[in-house]
Design a protein around this ligand. Structure first.
Ligand code: SF4
Length: 300
């Protein structure tokens, strides 16, 4: 990990800590929560956040210092805050967690590109807004308030990492979901009790599978039941599972046995021949004289 990434990580951790303690954090809190970061480094981060208005400094009655997280909206409405920043902040705030493209901010704010870039840079530095890469178009960034979790339509959800579709991750999840359903089917078969009972026991809900996947701990990102539901649908499309609808609108899933492979004969002309019942080793209709069979063999 490079130094810059490390610094950003420490800075974000400190901000999250400050957000979680509205009454303020002390130097002792910082030492307790971030014991591996030297106090000198923490002081540099604190000074930077104070300068950018992300934190405010308070003194307790005992004369101890407390750092409080300052609400982003207050940072732009504070006296002396730049008018252009307030306008841009309002436009970005209205866009919510889907964000807004720079061209649209420019159109709505009537600022020229140089002014707008300056304002955006300033708001980003103050951790009031952030730029998020959109999965829908490479090189396209959208802006949203710093504290917002981007919408799935921007990030692509759990299946995207830095705009790249994580096909291997999806494959692994597909296999593990299928494995769970197969295991469930085998367990149900072992318990016996008639085909209907076995069948009913073999069904699992997306919540069951979600718990199994969570317990496996194979995902770095937090997956929702809806995420697992979409993976289970890929298992169904692969013909490895079937699903039935519950009256409450959810689905139940059960592993299926793959169809038996076609016997070789079906793939030959004899497999679909309308006069196969009259074909024999003797007589006029026979394999040696059959043009259909000869042509099929020649094509192979
Ligand atoms: S050999 Fe020719 S006639 Fe005989 S069953 Fe096959 S396709 Fe039909």
């Amino acid at each position: 990990m490079d130094t810059q990434t490390n610094d950003d990580g420490n800075e974000n951790e400190l901000i999250e800590l400050a957000k979680s303690k509205p009454d303020g954090i002390s130097n002792q809190d910082l030492k307790n929560h971030m014991p591996l970061v030297p106090m000198a480094d923490l002081t540099i981060i604190i000074n930077k956040l104070l300068k950018n208005g992300v934190l405010e400094l308070f003194k307790t009655k005992e004369n101890n210092l407390l750092y409080k997280y300052k609400d982003p909206s207050k940072r732009t409405t504070a006296k002396g805050a730049d008018n252009e920043e307030k306008i841009v902040y309002k436009i970005i705030e209205e866009a919510g967690n889907k964000g807004i493209w720079i061209r649209d901010i420019r159109f709505k704010s009537n600022l020229n590109m140089t002014q707008l870039n300056k304002v955006l840079k300033s708001l980003e530095t103050k951790k009031i807004i952030k730029a998020v890469k959109s999965v829908s178009a490479s090189k396209k960034k959208v802006y949203m308030l710093f504290d917002l979790e981007p919408d799935n339509s921007v990030t692509g959800g759990a299946w995207y990492q830095d705009q790249d579709f994580e096909s291997e991750f999806v494959d692994v999840l597909n296999q593990q979901c299928h494995r769970f359903l197969v295991q469930r089917l085998e367990d149900a078969t072992k318990q016996g009790g008639g085909p209907l009972l076995v069948r009913n026991r073999a069904y699992a809900s997306a919540t069951d599978v979600h718990k199994f996947i969570s317990d496996l701990g194979i995902s770095k990102v937090s997956l929702s039941v809806a995420d697992i539901e979409s993976i289970l649908y890929t298992v169904v499309l692969d013909n490895n599972a079937e699903r039935i609808a519950n009256p409450n609108g959810t689905f139940l899933y059960k592993a299926t046995n793959k169809f038996l492979p076609h016997p070789g004969l079906v793939k030959t002309t004899c497999g679909i021949c309308l006069i196969a019942d009259r074909c024999a080793n003797t007589g006029s209709i026979n394999p040696q004289a059959c043009t259909y069979l000869t042509e099929w063999l020649d094509s192979k």
